[in-house]
Structure formats: C-alpha cells, structure tokens
Design a protein around this ligand. Structure first.
Ligand code: G6P
Length: 609
C-alpha cells in the first residue's frame, strides 16, 4: 500500500515528486524517501515517519537533475525505519516498490550466497540486487527488468532507474496500481492519478504484466515477454483535488460533515424525480438479466464489508433474492460455489483493495457478472467490472472511511429497490415510498450531525471506559460492528460489535462498571427485544449509551446517556445511526491525542494481501 512516483522532465524533480507523494500519503505514512539524479549520482534522502519529516530534511537539499523517484511507505517486510525506507539503491540501480515479493526468503538466500550485502530487512531491496546483478550482463535497464521478471513472485508496482541511463525510467506491475502520465515535456509514473494530475491530464493505465520504458519524453509499453503493446492514452478531466480541511481540524470530521452531500450526490443519478422511481442504467445487466438473478454475492473489506452486510439485509428483505456477504480475504480461499445466474457485487472506496480485486477476478473467471460499487473512477476494480455504481463522494482523505460508507449505503438502498422491481416484488407506491425515504436522508443526516457537540463534550468521560461493546439487531448490527471498528482504528481502544441477541452467549461476561455498551435501538419491530438486551447489560453494571429515536421512558431510565435520532424506517436508519458512532470514535481519539486522519499502522488503500 505504499505510494510511488517517478519523474523525468525540466521541472525541479524535488517539487514534482513531493507533490506526488503528498497526494499518495494516504497509501502509507511510516517513512518516505526520494532519489534524484544530481550531477551524475542518485542523491538519496530518506526519513522515518510522516512525509513532513522528509520534507523538513529536504528543505536544505538542492538538486540540479531532471530525473527522480520517490516513495511513501506502509511497512510489510521490515519495521518502519530510515534503513528500510525506499528508494533502495544497489550499485547503479535505485528503485521504489509497492507490494510484497512473496518468494523473498528464497531470493534473499540466493543473493547472499552470491555475495550480496543486504542492508535492509525489506523484500524490495532484493529486487534492486537482482537488477544490479542483471545489469552486469545486460547493461540496459529494460532488458534487465525483462530478465528478472520471471523471478518475482507476488505483488509489485516498481519504478527503477539506473545511474548510467540519466533519461530512463522503467516501471512494471503485477497487482498494485500504476499509471504513466504523459506531459508535453515531461513523463510521470505514479500509483494513482491524483499524484500527477496537476501536471498532466494524459494518462496510460498499466495492466498487470506490463512494463513501460520511459526514455526522455518518449515511452514504450511492453508485455512481460518484451512484446511491444499499444496502449491508449486516456484524457482525464479531473482537477487536482486540492485536499483542504475547509476550516475543520481534521479531514475525518470534515468528511463526516460532508455526508449529507455525499449521499445526495450518490443517489442523484439514479432517481427519476418526475416519477419518484429508481433508474439504474450502468448495472451491466438489462432488466431481463436482472430479473433472472438468483443469488447475489457481496464481497468487500473493512468498513466496505459492513456496508455489504447492510446491503444483504436490504436486498433479501426487499427483493427476496438470497445474498451472501463475504470478507474478500476469506472469499476466494473458501472455494466458493458461484452458481449460474449469480451477480457479484464488489464494494471498494478505492477500487484498489488487493483482496477485493482478487475476488472480482475469481468471480469473472467463473463467468459471473461483476457490479462494482466504488468511489475512484477507473480504479483497478472499476476497470474490470461489467457494471458500475459510483459513490460520487469526492476524495476521501481520512484513513477511516466515513462519507464513502454513507454513499455506499445509499447506493445499496437504491440497488435493493431496483432488484426488487426487477423481481416484481414492489408496487409503484411502495417503490415511491422507499425513494422518498432515501431522498429525505441527507437532511436527516444533517440533523444528526448536531450531536457533534455532545460527543465533543462527552469524549473526556467516554475515553475512560476500559472497553466498548456496540450492540444492534437486524440492520443495526453491521453498524454496531462499524462503530466498534471505528473506535479500534482511531482510539486504539478495545471494542466489539455484537448482535444484541448473542450477548448471553459470552459477551455478557465482559460487562462491569468499566464497560460502555453502545446500543443501537431505534423504534422498529426489534425495539422491545433490544430493550430486554439492555436490561440484561444494565443488571450487570454496564454503562449504557442508547442511540434510538423519539422517546421511551423505560429506555431513558436504563440508559446512562440517551441520544435521539430523527424518525426513520429500517431502510435508511443505518445512514443515520452510523453518524453518532463515527463522531464517538473521532472525538474520543482526538481527546486521547491521536492522529485521526492517519491512525497508526493503517493505510487507506490496501493493495497487498
Ligand atoms: C482500509 C481502510 C478502510 C477501508 C478498507 C477497505 O482498511 O483503512 O477504511 O474500509 O481499507 O477499503 P476499500 O477502498 O476497498 O473500500
């Protein structure tokens, strides 16, 4: 999940590479480095920690060259340290790598036997050794890369340079994303478009197994066997998404507050305002094919997986089609049975998550149509899918997903309506009623955001709990799990999300005065059952924070804290109740002094298994 940049051109490479790395910092932030050709040598500067540490080190440095590479790291092999930071330089070769070389032990042993002195604990340095060794036989970078490619097992996106070829960069990939930017007088290589979009809008998306050789301002793309390949240059109409906090102290809270707009933007293309009905045109299936779907698989990771679980409830309840929702890293290793007439839905904000991408490929290989729900257009998953639903949430910078989560929920709302219609399970009046509910959601989310003040003031008290149990039933259960995940990733506190009815099968034993119980219990058909579960927790000393709707005397008596959400049905309630659990995690983390936008050990886009 590291971010990589390469640059050849007349501008100051330091500026271009650092601009690119800033845009890629979401991919990893435990160390960073650059290597820039300066008077015939690659001058390498690396720093442990965030990119700002590297920036500081670089202020004193001047570079006169026109070629360079840069990297921001999320450690896999070797702890975060300057020694393990990229670029790795061996002899004439310097390179940056995103991914994991799986046969690293075998390569390491072989290289050591061959006399290599290995300086870092990384798998990436071994690739530099292989290339350096190969360059002694084939002194040109491109043939050297082609020669060592069969030796690499695993996932990689690599840019390499050779001190003896001051106008050349070679990049190659298998798994993680890599793009080439074609400027009028410069060439760029990067992990994503945002890294280079302020310099050029002409992009070549590299596919797995491809190798690109940049020579001056020209480039050629080859297959892994060295066969020249024609690749289209795609003109993108993006502008640099100048990440600004817009007056908020953190990106995360800004993105929490952007949720009303994110939901409105996600649903807008799919609602016919005149008839108050759903029209989804890019599903990759016509109405007949949709009506013939007999089984749906939803596969995702992290927070996206929890949206999928909500989707499972919605689709089964409305369309009566069986749905299986799976964690992507498990899905392909459980040898899933994908019957004919199945639809595979992948959910991924980034569209780059390695496990989700691998699951998509497995589904495609089984002949199943893939519908992608993603935020980043033309991301790897988006490009492979048959159908597309876009979150339209705008760039999400905070590592913990918020507005993409809500945007996805609202798309699943609409998809469940579309599916139910295709199956003949909804009358027009019912459809219109559901559409009105989702149309009302942005304004209701705005009301919920008023709870921000309560959580801000309460955080100092909440942070003293030893742990948090989040409980919910039905459609609220995945939101309970999302709440627990948020608290773990931001506040580094122990938290678990449980189906409220499961409490008596174990988790009740955890409850005492130091345990907070966050109960998601809006007034719906499960409300009475939820109250019983709260009584059970209360009787054992649990400190209860209830998130409900309206007023209920008994519930307010049991609860130490009681928060009321606007009235809404089960269909859109997840969109409302996720907001308080986001705010809880955010404010507790802030009051503990944590970096909420870049929590420790995590990264926004996980492009390794
Ligand atoms: C990482 C992020 C999470 C995200 C998950 C899945 O773990 O920190 O916020 O939910 O990846 O990412 P995706 O881009 O596939 O939705």
């Amino acid at each position: 999940m590291c971010g990589i940049v390469g640059y050849y051109g007349p501008k100051n490479p330091k500026e271009v590479i650092m601009t690119g790395l800033k845009a890629l910092e979401y991919r990893g932030y435990d160390s960073a480095g650059v290597a820039i050709l300066d008077k015939g040598v690659f001058k390498r500067v690396r720093a442990e920690g965030k990119l700002s540490n590297l920036s500081e080190k670089l202020t004193a440095e001047d570079f006169n060259g026109h070629l360079g590479i840069g990297h921001t790291r999320w450690a896999t092999h070797g702890k975060p340290s300057e020694r393990n930071a990229h670029p790795h330089t061996v002899g004439d070769v310097s390179l940056v790598h995103n991914g994991i070389i799986e046969n690293y032990m075998e390569l390491r042993e072989e290289l050591i036997k061959d006399g290599a002195v290995i300086e870092s604990d990384t798998d990436s340095e071994l690739v530099a050794h292989l290339l350096n060794r190969q360059l002694k036989k084939t002194p040109d970078l491109l043939p050297a890369v082609l020669a060592i490619l069969p030796r690499l097992v695993g996932a990689y996106a690599i840019v390499c340079v050779n001190v003896k070829q001051p106008e050349t960069m070679v990049a190659f990939k298998n798994g993680p994303p890599l793009i080439l930017g074609v400027g009028s007088d410069a060439m760029y290589i990067a992990s994503d478009v945002q890294a280079i979009v302020s310099y050029t809008k002409n992009v070549v998306y590299l596919e797995d197994g491809e190798v690109v050789e940049v020579k001056g301002t020209g480039y050629k793309v080859f297959s892994a066997k060295g066969k020249p390949t024609d690749k289209p240059v795609v003109e993108i109409n993006w502008t640099a998404d100048v990440a600004s906090k817009g007056g908020f102290p953190h990106f995360m809270v800004k993105e929490i507050f952007e949720q009303p707009r994110a939901v409105a933007q996600a649903i807008q293309p799919h609602i016919n305002l005149a008839s108050t009905t759903v029209e989804m045109f890019e599903l990759g299936l016509d109405q007949k094919a949709l009506s013939e779907i007999e089984r749906i698989f939803i596969v995702a990771c992290g927070s996206s997986y929890y949206t999928g679980l909500v989707g499972e409830y919605m689709i089964e309840r409305l369309a009566r089609v069986p749905v299986e929702c799976d964690i992507a890293s498990e899905f392909r290793y459980r040898h899933p049975v994908l019957p004919k007439n199945s639809l595979f839905i992948s959910i991924s904000q980034s569209g780059e998550t390695a496990d989700t991408l691998a699951a998509v490929r497995l589904a495609k290989a089984a002949g199943v149509k893939v519908l992608s729900i993603c935020n980043v257009r033309r991301s790897s998953i988006d490009r492979e899918a048959d159908g597309h639903l876009y979150m339209n949430a705008g760039t999400e910078v905070g590592v913990a997903s918020t507005k993409a989560f809500s945007a996805t929920l609202s798309l699943l709302n609409l998809f469940s309506i579309a599916m139910a219609k295709a199956k003949g399970k909804l009358t027009l009046a019912e459809e219109q009623d559901y559409v009105r509910q989702i149309q009302a959601a942005p304004a209701q989310i705005e009301t919920v955001l008023n709870l921000d003040k309560w959580f801000k003031e309460g955080a100092d008290q909440l942070k003293n709990f030893r742990g948090f149990l989040y409980l919910g039933r039905g459609v609220h259960y995945p939101i309970a799990m999302e709440g627990a995940l948020k608290l773990k990733e931001l506040a580094y506190m122990h938290a678990e999300g449980y189906a409220a009815g499961e409490m008596k099968h174990g988790p009740l034993a955890l409850i005492d005065d130091d345990m907070a119980v966050v109960m998601l219990a809006p007034h719906d058909e499960l409300f009475e059952k939820s109250i019983s579960n709260m009584e059970e927790a209360k009787a054992r000393g649990g400190q209860i924070l209830s998130i409900s709707t309206g007023h209920n005397k008994r519930l307010e008596e049991i609860s130490n804290f009681y928060l009321a959400l606007p009235e809404a049905g089960w269909f859109t309630m997840p969109l409302l109740e996720v907001v308080p659990v986001q705010l809880l995690a955010y404010h507790v983390a802030v009051s503990l002094g944590h970096d909420v936008d870049q929590p420790r050990n995590l990264a926004k886009s996980v492009t390794v298994e």
